[in-house]
Design a protein around this ligand. Structure first.
Ligand code: NAD
Length: 245
């Protein structure tokens, strides 16, 4: 039986994880916490901790994973460079899975985006996302993940080519740009499109999440993987065997 720790237990995703656990028989909640609680206790009691909280806490949670030698699954989005560096550090001694999206469909889409970006080399790439009115970060972790896949397909670094906003007289589009556009409203769980725009045709890959349970089930797949994986930094494409390497 895998002992799970859950951080962000009172949130939308925390609730979805608790619900999804009812359908699995190889995992049990050993400890859970929300903002006001002590995460160190969660790390000390669990084999794997699932984190759906806020990006400001990722560095601390990575350090606790290292201290307690507890595997870590991070679904929190909006991570900055410091957070990624802390996750890399933790990944040297424990298994760390971090993904902006845990769904099978989005991770298959990322593999397709990478291939399309490589094959449609002269086409402009634009990424459009829409989420519910409560989402606090933009662009979404999934949009970032799809942008990374497109950049990988082009053999470039996303931070060098990402165009995250456009406003006013901004001049013509740069040929190598990967553009992001963000919509917010209502109860939308998550919709993403990656548009490949050529001069005579346009190809769009798109995904719509219809149920938050999808991400929770994926997080449990990641936790099951992390419970037995060697120390390292993994993403969901790696967990699902979609990297082809
Ligand atoms: P939410 O606001 O409903 O829940 C977050 C919860 O975390 C809240 O209850 C809050 O009190 C708690 N929290 C904040 N900081 C904490 C801390 N330091 N320690 C413990 N608890 C803390 O948000 P949500 O919709 O559940 O989303 C949570 C995160 O997961 C967001 O970053 C969101 O973008 C991301 N998300 C990822 C995926 C994915 O597949 N990777 C899917 C959906 C959402």
């Amino acid at each position: 039986m895998i002992k799970l720790g859950l951080l962000g237990a009172k949130g939308r995703m925390g609730n979805a994880v608790i619900k999804a656990l009812a359908d699995v028989d190889d995992m049990t909640i050993a400890a859970l916490a929300d903002t006001e609680d002590r995460p160190d206790i969660v790390f000390s009691l669990a084999d794997v901790v699932i984190d759906f909280t806020s990006p400001g806490s990722t560095v601390h949670h990575s350090e606790l994973a290292e201290t307690h030698q507890t595997a870590l699954v991070v679904g929190t989005t909006g991570l900055d460079d410091r957070s990624h560096a802390a996750l890399d550090r933790a990944g040297r001694s424990v298994a760390v899975v971090q993904a902006g999206n845990f769904s099978l469909g989005v991770n298959v889409m990322a593999a397709l985006v990478q291939e399309a970006a490589a094959k449609l080399s002269g086409y402009d790439i634009e990424i459009l996302e829409m989420h519910h009115r409560h989402k606090v970060d933009a662009p979404s972790g999934t949009a970032e993940l799809l942008g990374e896949a497109a950049a990988e397909g082009r053999g470039v670094t996303l931070t060098d080519v990402a165009r995250r906003s456009r406003d006013g007289v901004i001049g013509a589009r740069g040929a190598s740009e990967i553009g992001f556009a963000t919509l917010r409203g209502g109860s939308v769980i998550g919709e993403h499109s990656v548009i490949f725009a050529g001069m005579s045709e346009r190809m769009t890959l798109s995904h719509k999440a219809e149920n938050r349970g999808l991400f929770a089930e994926g997080a449990l797949v990641a936790a099951r993987f992390a419970a037995t994986a060697l120390a390292g930094r993994y993403d969901m494409r790696g967990v699902l065997g979609l990297r082809g390497d």
